[in-house]
Design a protein around this ligand. Structure first.
Ligand SMILES: NC(=O)c1ccc[n+]([C@@H]2O[C@H](COP(=O)([O-])OP(=O)(O)OC[C@H]3O[C@@H](n4cnc5c(N)ncnc54)[C@H](OP(=O)(O)O)[C@@H]3O)[C@@H](O)[C@H]2O)c1
Length: 344
């Protein structure tokens, strides 16, 4: 028997990618429903070789839908995800609204798939922030090998992480620069074309941004609360693909060669690390791919048991849509969906 799956935010960056990934991976769905706001009613989106007409979230009845892939922003999630869960449909939520709720598992299947069983309390499972998802895929096997004490990470995050309007802003600003037109800034706080901005999400009292705080809180929740992590999150003028420069201190020694071997056999990871011109991965090459790519693995001799590496992934795929579909696959493969119906 196949399942009925709803994709909320189906006209957005992540929602469209979710539809592609459900089709690519032949997810066992008898029916896939595309939902968005009333602005998009009747708009068409593609799902494999089919075209789906977009319906409105406001009027949709979830009582016979098994899984909802929710990707319509924090406000829509806060209002809708609990209600959808109460109707017996399991919500895999892409926003940050429920990630830190003790009754909601936060899942990256390569890292903590077993924790998914906790979803029955609210029928909601949270998907992590895009920059955390790729980071923990790389950190998990290294943590198992040598126990991570501290991580220092600087991110280089593409504009698609801020939605489709942000991609349009990079495009129109770039064109304006070349044609001597007016550079209009709406979505970002400063010009993003030919620039970098050290500010993602809102500022917190301690001077960090919420994006930086999310990486700390989510790594602790999914991997190990004892890991110390500090982050600087930066937006760069790249359309798709997030990169991260990662510095890790371990309890025990781990050579670059050992780390390379471990990462080569880790699920979801591909190592591309030739110490020569072009022998590393960049966001442009990672766009459209599923893996988390690791390059530039080297010793940090300034601390005991230190390593540096470079981590790149498609933020719309592993950072959002792919991870959500992988969570749905865990629910199906472990036959957990019947528990959702009972919990509702
Ligand atoms: N982009 C990433 O890398 C990434 C990674 C992790 C998590 N996320 C999260 O995923 C979510 C979506 O991101 P995105 O990049 O896809 O944004 P986006 O491109 O701006 O798309 C937003 C989608 O949500 C829909 N929507 C907005 N308000 C709605 C409402 N009240 N009711 C129903 N649908 C509504 C929009 O529909 P209309 O077209 O009808 O307005 C559109 O389909 C956000 O919560 C974001 O934080 C994104």
């Amino acid at each position: 028997m196949g399942y009925k799956v709803a994709v909320v935010g189906a006209t957005g960056n992540v929602g469209r990618e979710m539809l592609d990934i459900l089709a690519e991976r032949a997810f066992p769905a008898d029916e896939v429903v595309a939902l968005a706001s009333s602005r998009s009613l009747g708009q068409e989106v593609s799902f494999g070789d089919k075209i789906l007409k977009v319906k409105t979230l406001d009027t949709y009845d979830f009582s016979d839908t098994d899984i909802c892939l929710m990707s319509a922003g924090g406000e829509a999630s806060k209002e809708w995800s609990p209600r959808i869960g109460q109707q017996g449909c399991v919500v895999i939520d892409n926003s940050s609204a429920f990630r830190y709720d003790a009754d909601v598992p936060l899942i990256v299947p390569e890292v903590n798939a077993d924790a998914v069983v906790g979803f029955t309390k609210r029928n909601i499972i949270a998907n992590p922030n895009c920059s955390t998802a790729q980071l923990v895929v790389a950190l998990k096997p290294l943590h198992e090998a040598a126990t991570i004490k501290r991580v220092v990470v600087s991110t280089y995050q593409s504009v698609s992480g801020a939605g489709k309007d942000a991609m349009d802003e990079l495009f129109s600003q770039t064109r304006a620069v070349f044609t001597a037109g007016e550079v209009v800034t709406k979505k970002f706080t400063k010009r993003i074309a030919f620039n970098v901005i050290p500010h993602i999400d809102v500022f917190m009292e301690d001077g960090y941004t919420k994006e930086e705080w999310k990486m700390v809180a989510e790594t602790k929740k999914m991997l190990d609360p004892k890991i110390k992590l500090t982050a600087t999150a930066v937006r760069v003028p790249v359309f798709i693909g997030h990169a991260e420069a990662v510095n890790v201190e371990f309890e025990r020694p781990l050579s670059p060669e050992q780390a390379t071997e471990i990462l080569r056999s880790a699920p979801g990871v591909l190592v591309i690390d030739k110490r020569e011109n072009g022998g590393y991965m960049t966001p442009h090459e990672a766009a459209g791919e599923d893996a988390t790519y690791i390059s530039r693995i080297r010793e940090d001799a300034t601390v005991e048991n230190g390593l540096n590496f470079w981590c790149v992934s498609d933020n719309l795929r592993k950072g959002a849509a792919l991870n959500a579909v992988q969570i749905a696959e865990v629910l199906v493969n472990r036959k957990l969906l019947s528990k959702a119906k009972k919990a509702a």
